[in-house]
Write a protein that binds this ligand. Sequence first.
Ligand SMILES: CNc1nc2cc(C(N)=O)ccc2[nH]1
Ligand SMILES: [Zn+2]
Length: 373
Amino acid sequence: MAVKYELIKQCKQSGARLGRVHTPHGVIETPAFMPVGTQATVKTMSPEELKAMDAHIILSNTYHLFLRPGHDIVKQAGGLHKFMNWDRPILTDSGGFQVFSLSEMRKITEEGVHFRSHLNGDRKFLSPEVAMEVQNALGSDIMMAFDECPPYPAEHDYVKKSLERTTRWAERCLKAHARPDDQGLFAIVQGGMYKDLRIQSANDLTSMDFPGYAIGGLSVGEPKHLMYEVLDYTVPVLPAGKPRYLMGVGSPDALIEGSIRGIDMFDCVLPTRIARNGTTMTSQGRLVVRNAKFAEDFGPLDPECSCYTCRNYSRAYIRHLIKADETFGLRLTTYHNLHFLLQLMRDVRQAIMEDRLLDFRDSFFASYGLFDN
Ligand SMILES: CNc1nc2cc(C(N)=O)ccc2[nH]1
Ligand SMILES: [Zn+2]
């Protein structure tokens, strides 16, 4: 089996658990945050820097690499690990979400999705079979089934028809899976914000026995309490012996709340995206370092952080670089934000080990809300 989940410890206070996901390129300690490397790079970070902050796995996007440079070039390079010089695990999503969020002129049929590239308007087609061919060429350790992520809000009838097609597409992905011993294939549970549909989607997909299950269709504009509600009734329908991956999440509070509800894997562009406009995550909340108030502040971004950025550079210096549009400034804020979330997940795992995750949440939230810029 390419990907196997090892349950280490079930938290006594909550649905959280400690685990390990074993893959051909290494082990992922869970709950885990996965830095996003959309176009075969975690923006401004080198693989060595990602290892220095102890990222166990990164995510890359099938849609983007399919459009540019094309999966055949990555395959000729020896696969994505070789192409981007990353020898630890890689998870690739299947492109379904990006087709709906990025491309124009989409036409969705039972066969797949016809769309125009957001880069140059070229006609393109993605389907379960094509998504599997692309991810096979990329050589990722964990592949995602091709799915439709319905918009929010969406009518019950639309979501039901959509999830039933996503289930049929998942079956086609299984059939098209060329290397089950080298690549794990996760199915994606849909069903919108409807309990009956989430349970139907989860039951249909778990009956096909995938090595892992993602919860999709969330973090699409719904209020956070609604996302947590969906998790409350969806996670219990998933097998305890398989990893659960919450797609597109998230912010520090969502990572903690999702872990409490038994989620094992998370990904989000937030830390890298906000870093590029000079916004950083600190133990006291968000800090917008480009703010004039930091012009003569010679302390670190976060006094409680031990990362390369916080050990060597001041808020005043980083603010100067950001204002001067110096790339090094973006690298410093990105490094810190990624380290912040990876460190948060290390603290979450330690709290689960010591059965104090709910207390950890309360103390984190108490300090995280403090900062106002
Ligand atoms: C940023 N939010 C987000 N929601 C997502 C849902 C999916 C999905 N396949 O339902 C994938 C990526 C996602 N990213
Ligand atoms: Zn730092």
